[in-house]
Each structure stands twice: as structure tokens, then as C-alpha cells.
Design a protein around this ligand. Structure first.
Ligand code: ATP
Length: 363
């Protein structure tokens, strides 16, 4: 049932610009799809349109073989009839119901027998380790516990399609980590299709089978997490993923680094004039002592170490290259000191090339 097809979906809230622009996205059965992007890019709007909490302005949304929203055909299926499970940022638990009754709520609506419901509530609260709080009220629970109750309430009815909008946003970093593992397990165990909204790239990278990156209402790229990371289609996607972010050398500037980049690109691309920038991820750069003999299979930037920043387990080496700061990730520093003259070296295969419109160029 849960293959979701969004075709040319537009959402306009009444202003000059569309919150979501011509969105084409297919989420296949069993996918864990993360919608990723900065604040205001249209992630929540998209998931709410799939849920049926927002009407679409144009286009169509199909869930399974059923068209659920198509303004042109005057088709609209209500959220209740879409048979999806949802957990949104504010968990919206019933404050006057105990944990057990919150989890039981959806089962009651489905008119299951009391014996079956009790068994299901016992099973699901056990799985999410909240059985011991079954008689408490939401106000007597921590944020993380409430979060798990919200998930339990959704999972109790065994939805094949789950829509989650920043469901871990109120948790501290340890609980977030635990809940991510929990979600990953639930996805596998329940054989579910998940659409998950986040602005946190780590969350997306660790959870998703597929990531859809959005910016200003426009879908930029869909692919596996490693696909998006290793082969970003444009500079926005390239710079949105990765910490520290990708380093860029602007070809239009008269700088020693632009000269190094031009030398590197010569023979690799036909039209150097059409190249706007190149990008190298910090972890692709190794910090080396100056060496006049370099292979042509390497891209080299010469500079001076500005600072060495520990990040726990590795170091961020900040280097002045011309008037620019370039960041490299190093696992070990040896005897490296601020002020040292160094070379930052990247293998050719890890250099990303972008055209004047910031689109990826294959080299
Ligand atoms: P965030 O991560 O901050 O939640 P988001 O990517 O989920 O952001 P949306 O909430 O989908 O983004 O918002 C997309 C755009 O639509 C924004 O410009 C927002 O201001 C606008 N918008 C969202 N909801 C409404 C609304 N009910 N009425 C008018 N404009 C809205």
C-alpha cells in the first residue's frame, strides 16, 4: 500500500512565493525517507500535505493505489481516512489520559476487543520500555518518555505508513541517539514506510535509506545518504551536508588557490571558463609538509596553520590559504604547530567541481 507519489505538488499559503514548488517525489514501500533542509524550506508543509492536514494547491498526491489529493479532479481524502500514523513535534498526548489509555486510544477507535487491546498495549509499551509508566499522566513524564508514548500510540495501530515531523527535537543528545536507534529498529521490525522531517543532517544520514534535500520550497536532490554526500548535485547540497562544511575555491578570484585549482582542472575539464568553483571536504584533505614533488593525481593548496581545534577523537586544522580559511580534519597532529607552513593535499577523485550556476560538473 504505502508507495507515496507526489506529482508536481505546489503549496501556496496565499503569498507571492510558493511554500512548496512543483515537487515530484516518490517514496517506495519500506523506504525511510528523510526530508532534510534549513528552516522554512517546506519540509513540514510537505509532510502535512501527505498527512492530509494541508490541502495542496496544485498537482496530486497518491498513497498506494488511491489518489488522496488532486485539486483538479476535486479529490481529497481526510487525514483519518488516509490510514497513516503521525508523530509531530509537540507530541499532543491526551493530558487527561494515562500512558496506557493514550496508547489504547487508537485501538478503541478501531473497536478491538478489550482483551486484544490490553495485550497490544502491554506488548507495545514493553517494546518501547514505558510499561512501568503505564499509570502515569503525560505531565508526570520527561520529554523523552512522552516522546516514546507518542511513538507507542502511533505504533499500536500498526500503521504501514508513519509520518514523523522532528519527533526528536525536544530531546537531549543522548536520548536523541537512543531514540534514533529505536526508530531504526522499529522501521525494520514493523516493516514500515517512514517519512521523517529533520533539519539535522546527522539524523538524516544515520536514519534514512533515502534523503530528499529541500531549499526554498524546491527539491534539490533525492538519493541514499552516501549518494547525497559523495555526489551532491549542486553547491547548496554540497555545503548543507558535512561538518565542518565543504571548502570552496572560487575560480573567479585572482588568488593563489584559484591558480592551483586552474592548474588542477587543466586537462580534466574542457571549458575552464565555465567552472565557477571547486569544493573539497575537510576529511578529504591531508595535512602534509611542503613537498616540491607532487603527483598530478593530487590537488594541493599551500598555506599556513592558523589554529588546531580538538573535536574529540579528531582535530580541525584551520589553515590560511591566501586570504581564505580552509578546514581539514586530521586524526593525528604529530608535531604540527600554529604558524607552520603546510600543504593540504586531496586525491583528484575527492575534488567536486561546480559550474557558474553552482551545478555539479562531472570530471
Ligand atoms: P522548519 O524547519 O522551520 O519547521 P520547514 O522546512 O518545515 O521549516 P515549512 O514549515 O514547511 O518549513 O514552511 C515553508 C514556508 O511556508 C515558510 O516560508 C513558512 O513561513 C510558510 N508557511 C508555513 N506554514 C504556513 C501557514 N500556515 N501560513 C502561511 N505560511 C506558512
Amino acid at each position: 500500500m504505502p508507495t507515496i507519489r507526489l506529482k508536481n505538488v505546489v503549496k501556496n499559503y496565499g503569498g507571492d512565493t510558493n511554500a512548496v514548488e512543483n515537487l515530484d517525489l516518490t517514496i517506495n514501500d519500506g523506504d525511510f525517507m528523510c526530508l532534510l533542509g534549513p528552516s522554512g524550506c517546506g519540509k513540514t508543509t510537505t509532510v502535512r500535505m501527505i498527512a492530509g492536514l494541508e490541502n495542496i494547491t496544485a498537482g496530486s498526491i497518491q498513497i498506494g493505489d488511491r489518489m488522496v489529493d488532486e485539486p483538479n479532479a476535486q479529490t481529497y481524502v481526510t487525514p483519518e481516512q488516509r490510514d497513516v500514523g503521525m508523530v509531530f513535534q509537540n507530541y499532543a498526548l491526551w493530558p487527561h489520559l494515562s500512558v496506557a489509555d493514550n496508547v489504547d486510544y487508537g485501538l478503541k477507535l478501531r473497536k478491538m476487543s478489550k482483551t486484544d487491546r490490553d495485550a497490544r498495549v502491554g506488548e507495545i509499551t514493553g517494546k518501547l520500555s514505558i510499561a512501568k509508566y503505564r499509570d502515569r499522566y503525560p505531565s508526570q513524564l520527561s520529554g523523552g518518555q512522552q516522546q516514546r508514548v507518542a511513538l507507542a500510540r502511533m505504533l499500536a495501530v500498526n500503521p504501514k505508513l508513519m509520518l514523523l515531523d522532528e519527533p526528536l527535537s525536544n530531546l537531549d543528545s543522548r536520548l536523541r541517539l537512543e531514540m534514533r536507534a529505536e526508530l531504526k529498529r522499529i522501521h525494520a521490525e514493523f516493516d514500515a514506510t517512514v517519512v521523517f522531517v529533520t533539519h539535522d543532517q546527522w539524523e538524516a544520514m544515520t536514519l534514512a535509506t533515502h534523503v530528499a534535500v529541500m531549499f526554498e520550497g524546491v527539491l534539490q536532490q533525492v538519493g541514499s545518504p552516501m549518494d547525497i554526500y559523495d555526489r551532491p548535485v549542486n553547491r547548496f547540497v554540497a555545503s548543507f551536508l558535512g561538518v565542518p562544511p565543504m571548502n570552496f575555491v572560487e575560480m573567479g578570484e585572482k588568488s593563489p588557490q584559484a591558480a592551483s585549482a586552474a592548474e588542477f582542472l587543466a586537462g580534466r575539464v574542457e571549458d575552464i571558463e565555465g567552472i565557477g568553483s571547486i569544493g573539497i571536504r575537510p576529511e578529504a584533505l591531508t595535512v602534509e609538509r611542503p613537498n616540491p614533488v607532487r603527483s598530478s593525481g593530487q590537488f594541493v593548496l599551500a598555506g599556513r596553520v592558523e589554529s588546531l581545534m580538538p573535536t574529540g577523537g579528531s582535530w580541525t586544522v584551520e589553515t590560511a590559504v591566501g586570504s581564505q580559511r580552509v578546514y581539514a580534519t586530521a586524526l593525528q597532529l604529530g608535531d604540527l604547530q600554529p604558524g607552520d607552513r603546510i600543504e593540504l593535499v586531496a586525491p583528484a577523485a575527492s575534488v567536486h567541481v561546480f559550474d557558474l550556476n553552482d551545478q555539479r560538473v562531472r570530471v
